[in-house]
Design a protein around this ligand. Sequence first.
Ligand code: BG6
Length: 473
Amino acid sequence: AVPDDHVIVLFGATGDLARRKLLPGLFHLAQAGLLPARYRIVGSAPAQVALSGDEFRKRAREAVAEFGRSGPQGRAWQEFEESLSFGAADPEDPEPLLEAVRDAGQAVGGSPRRLFHLAVPPKAFASVVEMLGATGLAEGARIIVEKPFGTDLPSAQALNATIHSVFDESRIFRIDHFLGKESVDNVLALRFANGLLEPVWNRDHISHVQIDVPEKIGIEGRAQFFEGTGTFRDMIVTHLFQLLGFVAMEPPTALAAKPLRDEKEKVFQSMRPLNPAQVVRGQYAGYRDEPGVDPRSDTETFVALRVELDNWRWAGVPFYLRSGKSLGEARHVVTLAFREPALRMFPLAARGHGTRSNELVIDFDDPGRIAARFLVKAPGPAMRLSEAEMVFSYAESFNTRHALEGYERLILDAMLGDQSLFTRSDGIERLWEVSAPLLQNPPPVEPYAPGSWGPQSINRLIAPHHWSLPDRR
Ligand code: BG6
């Protein structure tokens, strides 16, 4: 499907996200023929950092050259570049933006749909939304909202109230770029299209689940943002809990936004409030020396925690989540560990050294990979078990050249009005509610060495199981 004609307005057009992801992503959608037949993109920012149209186009060209998959060349680029204009917007003086949106609408012709993408810092958020309401720009329009969706329950409720005062929920697209990853959607296919897996995806067969998103990078100069945020808010409440929702949900009654989101929210409803005694907060050695970081900072750069779901499918199956900066590897992995068979016919001595239980490992690093790990008999006269692995790799099985990145897929869905992969206000608020005990009573941060896999105490957290990363791939 190709979206209706659009005027897309990008607030925060001079910012980092626009440069790294949004402008290159929009250009890739244009190249792939997935933008509407007629569209215009209006960049916007407050007057003191406003650009001229030419400056904005130059900046977009540089962004695509640096971060795009192919450079700003050819007819596709020319057409894309011609669609770009700029309109400064201050809440007290929205006139330049109004004019730019009017011109863009006329250039498209007819009555194009407006899509506002708010890539702005939290403190600017309310005033932009109110301005969209007061000027009438919001009428009939959709809005894409970037995280953070609050920092705790009261702030999330206040934020939702602000957006709802201007946009109703059906026009709000809270973006979580993890959910745009091909492999996350594939979790639905894997679970609900396969008789091999669907019957075993529950507490009868699965002993525990790990959702692991270690990062190699540190805070990359983002001290100001990170100091006030930390890994729990930056990664766990947003991305990892959302993944948990997909892995754990009941089959939706149909593959459509409402049933899918209903099932995801039910998972969040069944989450037990976090127990601070089952959370490890870590901070990499050297973090306090980073420019802009408080030398006594207790902001965490690492979190590992245990989540329990009180529902029929998952009662008694712990979910272990881990994410952190400056770790040994950058990965995005969900591991389902299966129970051992009831009767162990193979004496321990005959098992290969260090073998572990069966696992299904979903690697959702783009372009994605799934491995099933199990035990086989090693060749030879003795009955000796050895680990084996069956692997499906998107890159080897499909041409993934045209696959969309998370942001691209989600911006396309927002233009199409499909909310399946976006987060609803009730889900967000519930996640802050279950997080409250941890936010109110955080355990002290424990140091860890950069390049490691976090503080030692994470092994106690998961005992008697073991973290499945680092693996032996
Ligand atoms: C962002 C976080 O949302 O996700 C960053 O703010 C993090 O701190 C990033 O590095 C990770 O995304 P990805 O897709 O690179 O794993």
